[in-house]
Design a protein around this ligand. Sequence first.
Ligand code: NDP
Length: 449
Amino acid sequence: MNKYLKRVLEETETKNPHEPEFLQAVKEVLTSVEPILERHSEYEKLAILERITEPERTIIFRVPWINDKGEIVVNRGYRVQFNSLIGPYKGGLRFHPSVNQSIMKFLGFEQIFKNALTGLPIGGAKGGSDFDPKGKSDNEIMRFCQSFMTELYRHIGQDVDVPAGDIGVGAREIGYLFGQYKRIRNAYEGGVLTGKAISYGGSLARKEATGYGLVFYVREMLKAHKNSFKGKTVTISGSGNVAIYAAEKAIENGAKVVAMSDSNGCIYDSKGIDLDLVKQIKEVERGRISEYLRKYDDAIYTQRTGDDSPIWEIKTDIALPCATQNELTLNSAKKLVENGVLAIGEGANMPCTQEATDYLLEKGVLVAPAKAANAGGVATSAIEMSQNSMRFYYTFEEVENKLERIMINIFNSCKDNAEKYGCAGNYVAGANLAAFDKLAEAMVAQGVV
Ligand code: NDP
């Protein structure tokens, strides 16, 4: 291993001993950019790796709120403003009980590279809270969001840092956050948050963008290997925003989606999933995926029991992990390969463990890496920001066409960089190389900051 790289990896481990997800993400990116470090020995003197792995700012704050029983609850809020090299900090907010500093930093770190790949002027950030929205009333969600924003507002702005949604943060939460920001600032700054509803400055097709973008990317990857979605079976983990719209676009491309899941278990419907029913259960009723059986009693529901999600046991041509990090383990990867999987498209952030990714690549499975394949969401958020600045809007078709063009460009840049650095067909490395190249060049240009 390159000496400089080895030293920085060791130092990062020493400095961040209790942050396994962050260390995993750093290792994954840095080890694959070794060919660039070999060509640019000056990067060591310029401390490029040390600077890119250290957040510009990490904000941790108290979020006190009152539940429906009148009790005071205290959660912890985060915003990691990781890197503003190529634009204002940009990245989602996650509300989930598992949220901690390691997860925030891994997501913020990934976001720097993802945003660079979009070709748009956006830096990298992530934030959120260990607040669990599940089972909370609308009023509780609103009070929590208002309290969260009462601290966060002083750190963000449409030219400074622009949060969006992620797990547990959808249009409802963005609405409450935006309302409170506007009230405190006494100004309508449309571009301060993205993922807004259409009625007050949101972009058409933003809701669909991550899932659609994922399918556009995987379609291009399949096309490069003389294949397509047509007639293929697809399994998709999760049944949230990314999963639902990935399913919609995959079906539109001629695939049959046979399984979806949530954190409790997965459903399998050999006839093809009824997506309207999944939307009704998840988007309207906010229920559990097992309720799918109320209409289709011949579908199969498998409860999740251990670390490995049962969805990856199902035979499929294409697997789209769209739930959460490290949800596709080495065991699951082996099962998928045994069942003849052709391609994996990462809709969630870092859904495959490092061992799973290595195994899949070794077995010749095509892997579309998250930071490239799910970049359609943030790219469309940037399109939402530009519409807010113009005080104008694009039609659904205009946004979708721009998104499609961006995803094709991202795929081509992963492909070209993989070829340029001698790892053709490895789009995981290609994505890291393409993004790092651009960021390192910007760092050199901007001096020691
Ligand atoms: P949602 O909250 O809409 O949906 C998340 C889905 O994943 C739900 O079905 C949820 O099940 C499941 N899930 C969450 N945590 C776990 C867990 N620990 N184990 C198993 N299943 C879990 O989130 P999104 O669809 O927005 O996000 C999904 C992934 O995509 C995340 O990794 C996110 O970072 C990434 N992403 C999202 C973007 C976006 O635009 N929304 C953009 C780019 C990436 P349950 O309901 O049971 O919790």
